[in-house]
Structure formats: structure tokens, C-alpha cells
Write a protein that binds this ligand. Structure first.
Ligand code: IVH
Length: 711
């Protein structure tokens, strides 16, 4: 009997021999489709047809359990779902830029550089200005001058290996011309020109229309055609094609602009670096200029005027401090360098009618008003919602339902309501009354004295807060669980399968339920469970951030992880810190960058039994990796607690603290028995006295420089 005739038979009618024969055929066939789907991204059958095969396999196995094969798809489903691209770890993280929105922001940026480097007003600061293209940043690794790997930015630490796709770009040199370092990472932006994007989109629209017509005539049609919404979206889609032949047909370009890991520092200024890139064979944006801080506003003005006539979209200008030695001293704060700023163009505005004001409840219970508007195009994107920030903002701007309002988008930020066109106010429009109950769970919503935010008091009994916390937990920069988007979380929560973060890691117990849901095929379930399994080990800082504690963003989570190293230590110290005035609370509040207000927030989180239980429950499922001690092992400050006091002569306090952290020190603000060194500058006060009392080692500025290797 052939496979096809066999398959037409009811499972109940199969003989043992037939069942055995069919299970063998199914194993081969399903493996074949897995390969096409995962490794080649070119499925031959629909998901529904695939699921039918898997179900048939399962039904036969259920009737003949003794026939289940070693290589049965039911043993394998989801277990080895290869991901599309291999992961690629960047030698040096790929970070982002702080934004500025006007001259005042730029001047503040200049002032902060002068302060940090202790430069007087006479010292000229030279910059390199580069148009900021909204494309995709890529990291290109060259070894002995040969291109060996290219990756997307990913989460900044690990991206996707898209070497094959990047090789299709004309602008990408396979080999660097002239002498090159043994190993160097080059960063740049992949983008698509406006004209190319428009032509491609027109062709896609035409193809989609033809497909629709065929479908209406009842003819066979291929897979749905996606129409990109903007050049960035288009470039992103092109770079993530699993078949490089498709990428090759897309008109992508590349500008190089930065350096990552390098086996030797090839230049002294950024400007020389761009020159070097050009000589190696890269395309560097020809509009880039070397200029002084004073010339920046004029340049910004010119670019604002020229913007529309450029071949590609830009959303601002990046200003980078030219001297690389200064860049190195300035370093980074959070995810952005202190030595560069993206000065964005003014926000685009539009007017529309306010239909309603909705109240959203966030993960910490904050009630946030949101404008529901007549759809309107702002800066090339249709928007229907905009933020109204908070209760006071609505009152201050006197926004009423039915009003004609002005909305704006600044960069990729969520649209905001700027104000009301009063002349167009309809008669009888009443001021908006902000609710004093949570619209989701009905609990009281209170606004403590002196705060702008009203919060739901329902805590984890409030479905909105629970769901928002789960969404935060799975996000890319938190636990990064792929395939567990907002929609799925809502569903898993509403169906009662996931109530707490730990439940996510127990989802494999509910496979039968998941299978019974419409649209939840074997593939989807398998991929999701794999993505979850892959996150049972995560860096401690991600784990802490994922908990969603108020005011513990990524950089604070990192500070905590670095200070306490392990989950056990952190948990124990946080519990001890719930007591006001305790030593642990002091220690927490004195971590550089944390401070007493955030310490209180952490203490409140740990005082809540709910939170402790959820944390412990989660810790049974997930093992956070201890934070590394970042220091070079030979630094005398590795793992030491250091306090700076008084005025330093040769560097600012900010720079000294950043330098100590780079050497692996924990910088705190107050002196205690735990302090290892107090660096005493001029006019030091009580901290120096306290150090003497406690017998803590003190260092002069010169001694500190000497020990820190600053000469
Ligand atoms: S430098 C540490 N230069 O902007 C500095 N970025 O907001 C890292 N971008 O992810 C970036 N043009 O995708 C730099 N001339 C330019 C840029 C540029 C566009 C993008 C890039 C980056 C993002 C940061």
C-alpha cells in the first residue's frame, strides 16, 4: 500500500504492520519539512498541513504505543528547532546615543564634557558631524584585512550573524586596501535610498493587487506579499532574509562610521579614523564635517534645510568629539557615550480631533491617560493614539474630548499631545475628570502628596499590573523570550496558564492545552518552549531588571548586579535592607548611582511578601549567572570599595569615579567600615575625618593616580 492510500485510512482501521510503515514514512516526511522550514526558511506546505501530519503521527502512536520510534517527531518536536541565524557576540557592545532636541541640549552636552574633563572655556572642542540615518547598524569583523563576519546589533551584546547577506552589498569591502590591523570591528549603517524604497514598494503593491485578483478568481496564489512601511523597515526585512539571493536583489547601501574592538588603536582622532575607513575602501558619508563646537548650530541649520533634498532619510546629526583620547576618558553612562550626541530635527506636528481619553494601567500601577484620535499622518506615519502624560498635563493644557488638538512625533518616540486649538472647541466640551479607581480592577487609585502619578493599589491582584509585569519580564532587554509577544501573554494570562513569571517556565506542562488552541500549531509551541528553555540561564543584571521593580531600569540593575555579584547575596542584602537604618540599607543607598530614594523603592519591593514569593518561585526555575568582577585582575582597586571626597586637581570627581569603576572598584558616597580607600582631595570635610576614625586607608590625589596607572 502506498503512503497516500494508507493516509486516507482511519487510524482505527490500521493493522500493526501498516501503522509501523506509516510511522516510518511520517518520521522522514516531518523531518524533511522541519529542515525546509527552519534551516532554509522555504516551507513547501502550510502550517495547517504540517500540523495535520504531526497530529496523525500522534494519533497512530496513541493507538500503538509500542511502535513509537527512536526518531519519532513527537519526541523531537520543538527540541531542535534551529533558529534562522546563528548568534554573534560583539567584541565590544554596540551602544546607542543620547538625543538632543535643540541648541540648549547641545550646549548642555558641551558643558558636561568640559566639566568632566576639567577643561576651561578657552579650550576648543572639535567635533565630527555626521548625518544620522535611520537604518540598521551592523558590526563588521575583519581579520588580517579580510571580512570574516557581519552581524546585526541585536540586543547590543549579541546580534545575528548575517554575513552571507552582507556579502551581497556592493559597498562592503571583502578585503581592506592597504595595511590593516590583525583584528578590527567596523560599525556602520545599512540603509535604503528613498527612490529605491518607493520603486520597490510600488512593485510590491502591484504584485499584491495581482495576487488578490487571482485569489478572487479562485486561482492558486503564493504566500502573502509584505509591503514595507518605510525605508528602515524595508532595509531590516532585506537584511534578515534567510536566502541571500533575495537580499542581493534589494538595493541596500552602507556608510561606515565607527570602530568596535580593535587589536591596535589605528588613529588619534575620529576624523582621521573616517579617512582611514575611506582608504580601506568603505563609503563614508560625504556630508560628514570636522567642525568646532561653535560651528555646530550653523551646520545643524544647513542640514535641516537640505534634509528634504537628500537621497536618503535622515532624522538628525550625530556630533562626536574628535579626540579619541578624550572619548576614552569620557567613556559611557548607561548605554550611551558621554562624548557624542544625536541632535534630532524638530518634531513634526499635525492637528486632529480628540475622540476619547483612555486610561492605561502600567506594570507599577501607574494610571496613564492616552488620547484616542481621528487617524492623522505625522512625519510619514499614521497615528491614532498619543500620550497625555498625566492628570496634571490634561488640566494644564485643558484638553477636552472633542477638541482639535496638535500632536507631534519626535524621532521614534511615542506621539505626544502638544496642545489644543481653542478656536475650534465644540460647545459644551467638559473638562476631563480623572478616575480615582483603577479602570481594570476597580481598586482605589491614589495619588500621594507631591507626586504626579496616580496609582492603582491593587498590586498583583490587578490583572493589568500582572500582565504588564509579565510583558516587561519577557522583553528583549529583560529575559528576551522570543515569540512571547504581548498578544500571547494576554492569552496565556487570561486562560489561567501564566500568572507569574515562574509560570512561564512551567508552560511545558500545559502542552495539551496549548495544542487545543486555534492557531497554536506544533511549530509555534515548539519554538516558544525552546525560546523559554534557552533563558533558564541569564546574566544577573537582566534577571534583576526583568523583575520590573520601580525605578530599577537597565543601568540600575547593572549597578546592583555588579555590586552584589550573585542572586543569593543580592537577595540576602535586600532583605536586610528592608530595615531602615540597617547597615545593608546604608550600603545600598551609598552605591554610586543608586542613592537613598531608589534604596527605599527596593526595600518596599522586598517588604511585600508577594514579591519575595514570586522571586523565590522564579529562582527555582531560572539560574542567574553571577556578575563578573569587571576589573583587570591586576588592578589594585579590583573589588575594592572606594570613596572620593574633596576637590581633585587633575580630573573631575565624575571622571575619577568613572575611572575607578573601570578598574573594578565599587564607588560609594559614604565612608564605613566596609570602605577600602578614601581618596582625599583639597578641602575634604567629614568623610576624611571619618576615614581616620575608622582606620580606613586614605590616598592623596597623586597616590590615587599612581595606583590607577594614570602616571
Ligand atoms: S555612532 C556609541 N554614528 O544611531 C556610538 N550612529 O542612536 C554608536 N546611527 O544604533 C553609534 N548614523 O544605528 C553613529 N553617524 C552615525 C550614525 C549612527 C546613524 C544610528 C545607529 C545607532 C543609533 C544610535
Amino acid at each position: 500500500m502506498t503512503d497516500a492510500t494508507l493516509r486516507a485510512r482511519k487510524v482505527e482501521a490500521l493493522t500493526e504492520e501498516e501503522a509501523q510503515q506509516e510511522l516510518a514514512a511520517l518520521a522522514t516526511e516531518i523531518a524533511h519539512h522541519d529542515e525546509l522550514y527552519h534551516a532554509k526558511d522555504a516551507p513547501e506546505i502550510t502550517d495547517a498541513a504540517y500540523d495535520a501530519l504531526v497530529r496523525r503521527n500522534r494519533a497512530i502512536e496513541a493507538r500503538f504505543p509500542e511502535l513509537v520510534r527512536e526518531d519519532s517527531p513527537s519526541r523531537r518536536v520543538g527540541a531542535e528547532a534551529a533558529e534562522g541565524f546563528a548568534k554573534a557576540r560583539h567584541g565590544v557592545p554596540m551602544l546607542s546615543l543620547d538625543n538632543g532636541f535643540g541648541e540648549a541640549d547641545f550646549l548642555a552636552f558641551i558643558a558636561s564634557i568640559r566639566r568632566f574633563l576639567k577643561l576651561d572655556a578657552e579650550t576648543t572642542l572639535d567635533f565630527v558631524a555626521e548625518p544620522k540615518i535611520d537604518g540598521l547598524s551592523v558590526n563588521l569583523l575583519y581579520e588580517d584585512g579580510v571580512f570574516v563576519r557581519g552581524a546585526t546589533r541585536g540586543d547590543g551584546t549579541v546580534g545575528e550573524d548575517i554575513t552571507q547577506n552582507l556579502l551581497t552589498l556592493k559597498d562592503l569591502p571583502r578585503k581592506l586596501k592597504g595595511k590593516a590591523p590583525a583584528r578590527i570591528e567596523i560599525r556602520g549603517e545599512v540603509f535604503c535610498e528613498k527612490a529605491d524604497f518607493l520603486a520597490f514598494r510600488a512593485a510590491q503593491q502591484q504584485a499584491a493587487a495581482e495576487r488578490e485578483a487571482r485569489r478572487e478568481r479562485g486561482e492558486k496564489v503564493g504566500p502573502a506579499i509584505t509591503i514595507p512601511v518605510n525605508p528602515r523597515n524595508f532595509a531590516a526585512g532585506a537584511l534578515r532574509q534567510l536566502d541571500p539571493a533575495i537580499t542581493a536583489q534589494r538595493p541596500l547601501k552602507l556608510f561606515a562610521y565607527a570602530m568596535g574592538e580593535a587589536s591596535e588603536q589605528p588613529t588619534d582622532t575620529h576624523w582621521h579614523w573616517l579617512e582611514k575607513l575611506r582608504r580601506w575602501g568603505f563609503v563614508v558619508n560625504p556630508l560628514s564635517r570636522q567642525l568646532s563646537a561653535e560651528d555646530a548650530p550653523g551646520f545643524q541649520q544647513r542640514m535641516t534645510e537640505d534634509r528634504a533634498s537628500l537621497a536618503y532619510d535622515i532624522d538628525g546629526v550625530v556630533y562626536k568629539l574628535d579626540r579619541l583620547d578624550w572619548q576614552a576618558r569620557l567613556g559611557f553612562v548607561g548605554r550611551a557615550p558621554r562624548w557624542a550626541i544625536a541632535w534630532k530635527f524638530p518634531a513634526e506636528q499635525a492637528t486632529t480631533v480628540l475622540r476619547d481619553i483612555e486610561i492605561q494601567v502600567g506594570r507599577t500601577g501607574a494610571l496613564t491617560p492616552r488620547a484616542v484620535m481621528e487617524p492623522v499622518g505625522v512625519g510619514g506615519v499614521m497615528v491614532t493614539h498619543a500620550t497625555l502624560h498625566n492628570e496634571d498635563e490634561i488640566a494644564r493644557k485643558d484638553v477636552r474630548i472633542g477638541d482639535t488638538i496638535i500632536v507631534q512625533r519626535a524621532g521614534d518616540v511615542i506621539p505626544q499631545v502638544v496642545g489644543v486649538v481653542l478656536e475650534k472647541r465644540p460647545k459644551g466640551a467638559k473638562p476631563f475628570v480623572f478616575p480615582d479607581h483603577c479602570p481594570v480592577c476597580g481598586s482605589h487609585a491614589i495619588r500621594p502628596e507631591g507626586e504626579v502619578v496616580r496609582r492603582c493599589t491593587g498590586g498583583l491582584t490587578c490583572a493589568a499590573q500582572t500582565v504588564e509585569r509579565l510583558i516587561h519580564f519577557t522583553r528583549r532587554n529583560a529575559m528576551d523570550i522570543e515569540g512571547l509577544g504581548e498578544e500571547n501573554i494576554h492569552k496565556l494570562h487570561d486562560e489561567g496558564l501564566v500568572k507569574s513569571p515562574a509560570d512561564i517556565f512551567r508552560l511545558s506542562r500545559h502542552v495539551a492545552t496549548l495544542r487545543s488552541w486555534e492557531g497554536w500549531g506544533e511549530r509555534k509551541i515548539g519554538n516558544l518552549l525552546n525560546a523559554i528553555e534557552a533563558r533558564r540561564r541569564v546574566p544577573l543584571e537582566r534577571f534583576i531588571f526583568a523583575l520590573g521593580i520601580r525605578r530599577i531600569g537597565e543601568s540600575n540593575a547593572k549597578l546592583l548586579a555588579r555590586h552584589y555579584h550573585s542572586l543569593e547575596e543580592w537577595r540576602a542584602k535586600m532583605l536586610a535592607a528592608t530595615k531602615t537604618g540597617s547597615e545593608a540599607r546604608e550600603e545600598l543607598g551609598s552605591i554610586q548611582g543608586i542613592g537613598p530614594a531608589i534604596a527605599t523603592e527596593l526595600a518596599e519591593f522586598f517588604l511585600e511578601p508577594h514579591n519575595r514569593d514570586a522571586l523565590d518561585d522564579l529562582a527555582r526555575e531560572v539560574t542567574p549567572e553571577d556578575a563578573e568582577i569587571v576589573a583587570a585582575a591586576d588592578s589594585p582597586f579590583a573589588g575594592k570599595v572606594v570613596v572620593f571626597t574633596g576637590t581633585l586637581e587633575t580630573m573631575s570627581r565624575d571622571e575619577a569615579e568613572a575611572q575607578a569603576e573601570r578598574l573594578g572598584a565599587k564607588v560609594t558616597k559614604s565612608v564605613s567600615k566596609k570602605t577600602d580607600f578614601v581618596v582625599v582631595g583639597a578641602d575634604a570635610g567629614s568623610k576624611a575625618t571619618k576615614a581616620a576614625e575608622l582606620g580606613v586607608a586614605t590616598l592623596s590625589e597623586a597616590q590615587w593616580r599612581e595606583m590607577a596607572g594614570l602616571g
